[in-house]
Write a protein that binds this ligand. Structure first.
Ligand code: CA
Length: 328
């Protein structure tokens, strides 16, 4: 049994990722903690609550986490996930999540209770992790593993401007750029840390019909929720990544990271690298990428995923959404 804490800025792809965790009989979700990002931390918490309730998992506790970045100005992603993170559907849980920001203290308590046993998965900006690291610098070493949706990926040898690489250019890295200080703090700490960023995740564009077909064939509440909240989201992806046959597609970003944890055999490429922040002097944008180790390297070495079995991931998602409730 895997003990998991999931840290989420619950938008559309986070909702799907939460379902993969909620459906897995080998996973015990100890807590979900919210963070700003796709939407406000308040809505992210309520959305996580809504998703878990929809999956019949009202037993999983949800806590409010970081409302704002450590130092920089708050940015959100309403153009992609809607103002409410749920495609402006206005869905709210029957019981809202209490407003007290308890995410970091709960995380520290859970680590004391389950030393070395917790797999932490961060689906949004790394602000909660960084805040917890300030209180417990050995945090990442005391987790069994940490998986983070972020980084441009592995930079080429001696590359000083990885964001200019054609492979990365069409892709932003909001989870890192929305709180670059938090990303840097996490990168500076030792631990079993895996970064799975947009270089990997944006390659997995799934036809909207895949979800519509599963929802109509099964009539399952989780599958219907995904199709309900993803109408505008699929529109955004279809405009941003037009397909040759004109069909609508959508990203499944956060699910890739969850699958890398639950089904590691589907990770087909990863490198061990120190991570470094970069500044694009023209735009002021900040990035994080895995760089080559220097001679006598002293920086922590983390794992950077650069390839996955995308068909295998989509197959896992289909299996989960077709599985009848209850998911326990
Ligand atoms: Ca997310």
């Amino acid at each position: 049994m895997k003990k998991v804490i999931v840290d989420t800025d619950t938008g559309v792809d986070d909702a799907l990722a939460l379902m993969l965790l909620a459906a897995d009989p080998e996973v015990e979700i100890l807590a979900a903690i919210s963070v700003f990002g796709n939407t406000t931390s308040e809505r992210a918490a309520d959305n996580a609550r809504y998703v878990l309730d929809t999956c019949g998992r009202s037993d999983v506790p949800v806590y409010r986490g970081a409302d704002a970045p450590l130092a920089q100005e708050l940015r959100l992603n309403p153009g992609i996930h809607g103002e409410d993170g749920f495609g402006n559907t206005g869905l709210r849980p029957a019981r809202p999540v209490p407003p007290e920001p308890r995410g970091v203290p709960v995380l520290l308590d859970l680590i004391d209770a389950h030393e070395g046993e917790i797999d932490y998965i961060a689906l949004g900006p790394q602000t909660n992790l960084a805040a917890a690291l300030e209180m417990e610098p050995r945090l990442l070493e005391r987790l069994r593993s940490t998986t983070i949706v972020g980084t441009l990926g592995p930079a080429l040898y001696h590359d000083t401007a990885p964001w200019e690489d054609r492979r990365f250019r069409v892709s932003r890295d909001p989870n890192v750029s929305f709180d670059i200080d938090a990303a840097r703090i996490v990168a500076e700490h030792e631990g079993d840390v895996t970064w799975c960023g947009p270089y990997v995740t944006r390659q997995a564009l799934v036809p909207e019909d895949f979800f519509l077909d599963v929802a109509s064939a099964t009539n399952s509440a989780p599958a219907k929720l995904i199709t309900e909240i993803s109408r505008d989201y699929a529109g955004f992806y279809s405009r941003s990544y037009p397909q040759p046959d004109g069909r609508r597609v959508m990203g499944i970003n956060d699910s890739m990271a969850v699958v890398s944890l639950l089904h590691p055999e589907l990770v087909t490429g990863a490198v061990m690298r120190p991570l470094e922040t970069f500044l694009d002097p023209e735009t002021g944008d900040r990035y994080l990428a895995g760089v080559h180790a220097r001679k006598n390297e002293t920086r922590p070495i983390h794992r950077v995923i650069f390839d996955m079995d995308f068909d295998g991931v989509v197959e896992k998602i289909g299996e989960v959404l077709r599985r009848p409730l209850p998911w326990r």
